[in-house]
Design a protein around this ligand. Structure first.
Ligand code: AMP
Ligand code: MG
Length: 419
């Protein structure tokens, strides 16, 4: 048996970021840049107005403050809409009506907002001088052509897409999105489509065929469901041969010590190299990691909760490393136990808990229900996995332990802008 931390290290040291590909911007969201990106254009491309108002020369309107009778009047010679350009430079004593985003005419150095004028169309009276030299967004104030926009390693999110689009970047170099083959195994399993056997009480639906692909997609990878292998070794062999082109294979079930647990032997037969089997954790102790024809293999226990916990503890980090991330792990939160927690064996336990914020601001954890590795509904209720160290078998209420969040539940609230 290998320790949880050592298992993670062993797995991750066999994993690299996937090769770089060129991706059109429309397909790049959620991927990680493999190269620095520079701007193909300047943004904004020209000095432009940040207000609806009048483009003026400040020299024309500098007057004594509070002298309303002396308010300057300028001749309105053009209107510049966003999308248009001034017909000519602005001359002395002149103003041009200008809309937000429209280019500033040559000669103007201020935009007086419309509220500070009489809104004149032939001549305009300027009532307020607070906007002298103001309301001009300078060309290149966001970025200039040739400037670095983003370094390698940055994940492309909504603002990045916007910056890249406004910089005229149509394609980026990113680490390829991992393709993960998912194989379930066991004679007792059927697909949801074959519900009749389940209804007759003969079979169970493969829930791992739903949970694992959903977790894989949630981690930013593509899941390829290769279906259910029976407990006949030939069936699993056939499925494992369908993994060509995958970057990772995740199997569930058949890695324990039962008579029909043949995942490891089939894997060995096909020439796979086993790195370890069995981790000092609960749930999910019977777990294998190896390499088959250059494709890493995570063999999870079939128990529905175990498979999900193993993915959270090991699988997510593998996919993040393949995607090109440096931060691979969810950050653990320090939580206070609302009830005593005892564990039955000297193994690192990952218990399904509901974490909430206590009145004093400290995060508090209570068990989400049955801790059986077969009770998936407790997993669905949980928002975190309480990490109980192997040496910490008896933990009274009030003890502080770490918890791994399972989603962003703790970042959400029903109240607007409160802590
Ligand atoms: P195994 O890992 O083959 O010993 O299976 C452990 C338990 O998980 C057994 O009760 C199986 O019926 C159950 N199991 C295995 N695979 C799945 C699956 N894909 N979906 C739901 N339960 C499963
Ligand atoms: Mg089985």
């Amino acid at each position: 048996m290998i320790e949880v931390g050592d298992a993670s290290e062993k797995i991750l040291s066999a994993i690299s970021a996937l090769p770089s590909v060129r991706a059109p911007l429309a397909k790049s969201a959620g991927l990680v840049l493999s190269e620095r990106v520079s701007a193909a254009t300047t943004s904004p491309p020209w000095d432009n107005s940040s207000m609806d108002g009048y483009a003026v020369r400040s020299a024309d309107i500098v007057l004594r403050k509070n002298a309303a009778s002396d308010a300057p009047r300028l001749k309105v010679v053009a209107t510049i809409a966003a999308g248009g350009f001034a017909p000519r430079p602005l001359g002395p004593g002149e103003a041009m009506r200008i809309m937000t985003g429209a280019p500033i005419p040559v000669g103007a150095d201020s935009v007086v907002r419309i509220e500070d004028t009489d809104r004149g169309t032939d001549r305009v009276k300027i009532n307020e001088l607070r906007d002298l030299q103001k309301n001009i967004r300078r060309a290149g104030e966001d970025f200039s052509e040739g400037a670095t926009l983003f370094d390698a390693g940055i994940e492309i999110g909504a603002p990045h897409l916007g910056v890249l689009a406004s910089a005229g970047v149509r394609e980026v170099s990113v680490h390829r999105r991992p393709r993960v083959g998912v194989i379930s195994s066991g004679d007792e399993l059927v697909e949801l489509d074959d519900l009749t056997d389940q209804v007759k009480g003969l079979k169970i639906v493969s829930s791992n065929s739903w949970t694992l692909p959903a977790l894989i997609r949630d981690a930013g990878a593509e899941a390829i469901d290769l279906g259910i292998a029976s407990d006949d070794p030939a069936s699993l062999r056939e499925k494992l041969q369908m993994t060509e082109g995958c970057d990772l294979v995740i199997t569930s079930a058949g890695v324990s010590v039962g008579d029909l647990d043949n995942a490891r032997s089939v894997f060995a037969e096909l020439g796979g190299e086993l790195f370890f089997w069995k981790v000092r954790m609960r749930p999910g102790a019977p777990m294998a990691f190896g390499m088959l024809r250059g494709i890493p293999w995570l063999g999870f226990s079939g128990n529905p909760v175990s498979a999900m916990v193993s993915f959270e503890v090991f699988g997510r980090a593998v996919l993040r490393k393949m995607l090109g991330h440096v931060s691979l792990h969810r950050r653990a939160l320090s939580v206070r136990l609302l009830e005593p927690v005892e564990t039955a064996a000297p193994l690192t336990h990952f218990l399904r808990v509901i974490v909430t914020r206590g009145g004093d601001g400290v995060l508090e954890a209570r068990l989400a229900g049955s801790q059986s590795s077969a009770v998936l509904s407790a997993m669905a209720r949980a928002n975190a996995l309480l990490v109980v160290p192997a040496e910490s078998r008896s933990n009274p209420a009030g003890s502080m332990l770490n918890a791994l969040p399972l989603n962003d539940d703790l970042l959400m609230t029903d109240r607007f802008l409160t802590q």
